[in-house]
Design a protein. Structure first.
Ligand code: SAH
Length: 263
């Protein structure tokens, strides 16, 4: 996100916005199993009179928690196959539609992710991503290569990090649960600690529409460990969502009553 010229009108507007208490947050979550504990924790209600176009599977839950209006959006189940609409396409679409409809002050993309032994990670660790990039968009032409990687910084939250016991690391996103050798090389080049299927897509849309975004990812599987990823993911999913739910609650409690510049 390019720095704005100091003293410019736009910069002053942004400064002003950053000093108002945050009033509305948008939580974006890819899977129902990840979303439900958080919906229950904040006692959110499903929006039956959908804000979204008729017929799409996207689901919005909403409510108030302390001083915050919380919207949680889940892309829902694939209309044909009935599985969660994971991945970058659904994530970008719901992020775009939700920002347009709800005008949030801050986005939290929460979910599960793979991590790496070489990064010292264990199952149930929770990471706050410092930046996000893609690992499956290879365009070996100067400058297009950088466009493909799509590196973006997440909104900086130094105080939140000081206060909460979260790990910090880079997040790398691709549309596959497994990892090809080429993708592995890109993940190493991205210096990623966590690997998911949505983060960089959410970051792209948030950047496009100038909404600050943070990424909370709980580790369900160790990509460079002994167990096959899909097996390990399914084995740990339910337990790890408890760690995710706890971290999201801590982050929301920290955010409550603060402005962006205090995070
Ligand atoms: N078989 C699973 C598929 C879910 S896809 C099921 O239907 O239950 C995995 C989801 O968890 C994605 O939303 C992704 O963001 C996250 N995830 C967890 N571990 C991952 C990994 N190792 N690589 C990529 N994404 C991962």
């Amino acid at each position: 996100m390019a720095p704005l010229g100091e003293g410019s009108e736009e910069a002053l507007v942004v400064q002003d916005e950053n000093r108002k208490p945050i009033s509305s947050i948008l939580i974006i979550i890819a899977m129902q199993t990840e979303a439900i504990p958080i919906v229950n924790k904040f006692q959110l209600k499903e929006d039956l009179d959908s804000t979204f176009p008729k017929g799409v599977p996207w689901v919005r839950y909403h409510g108030f928690y302390k001083d915050l209006r919380i919207n949680l959006v889940w892309p829902g189940k694939d209309s044909t196959l009935g599985v969660d609409s994971v991945g970058t396409i659904s994530a970008s679409l719901v992020t775009y539609a939700a920002i347009q409809a709800l005008q949030p002050d801050l986005i939290i993309n929460a979910g599960t992710a793979g991590s790496f032994k070489v990064k010292g990670a264990s199952i149930s660790d929770v990471f706050l991503a410092s930046d996000v990039a893609f690992h499956d968009r290879r365009i070996p032409i100067p400058v297009f290569d950088l466009y493909g990687v799509g590196l973006r910084q997440s909104f900086s939250t130094p105080n939140l990090l000081k206060e909460l016991n979260l790990k910090v690391g880079k997040l790398s996103t691709g549309d596959s649960l497994d990892m090809s050798p080429q993708e592995e090389a890109s993940i190493v080049a991205n210096d990623a600690s966590v690997k998911d299927m949505e983060g960089a897509a959410v970051a792209y849309v948030a950047d496009l529409l100038k909404v600050p975004a943070i990424f909370i990812k709980a580790v369900t599987d160790i990509v460079d460990g002994e167990k096959p990823t899909s097996e390990e993911f399914l084995q740990n999913l339910a337990a790890v969502t408890a760690a995710l739910d706890q971290a999201v609650t801590q982050v929301v409690d920290f955010i409550n009553g603060k402005c962006l510049s205090e995070l």
